[in-house]
Design a protein around this ligand. Sequence first.
Ligand code: 5GP
Length: 120
Amino acid sequence: HLADTEPATIFDKIVSKEIPANVIYEDDEALAFRDISPQAPVHFLVIPKKRNGLTRLSKATPEHKALLGHLLYVAQLVAMKENLGEGFRVCINDGPNGCQSVYHLHLHVMGGRQLTWPPG
Ligand code: 5GP
């Protein structure tokens, strides 16, 4: 798997607790933690603990479908724990045009204020 030989990212160190993060949810497959540079009053990331080839969403294969569904499920679960019942946004940045900076798949979940649309 070519993707598995790609360099590890800062998120691997967060999963392994080598560097601290404000973790708000964890299960066998997924981790959610607050973004270090929040763009909304509530802004957290949901990541697969094992990158498993998912450097970016566009690397998904049929084998990833269950994991992708789980991450989306966790996004709303944690959003509800964070009192985002008035609404929130889930976003995935893919690649250079998507402004992706960390090549370990992650869902951004943002809320706690009126968001605007379209994004920049
Ligand atoms: P991207 O642009 O790749 O979709 O977003 C990466 C996100 O990870 C950014 O919002 C950035 O603030 C966040 N981030 C980068 N490094 C760290 C870190 O060490 N800890 C935490 N909690 N968030 C990080």
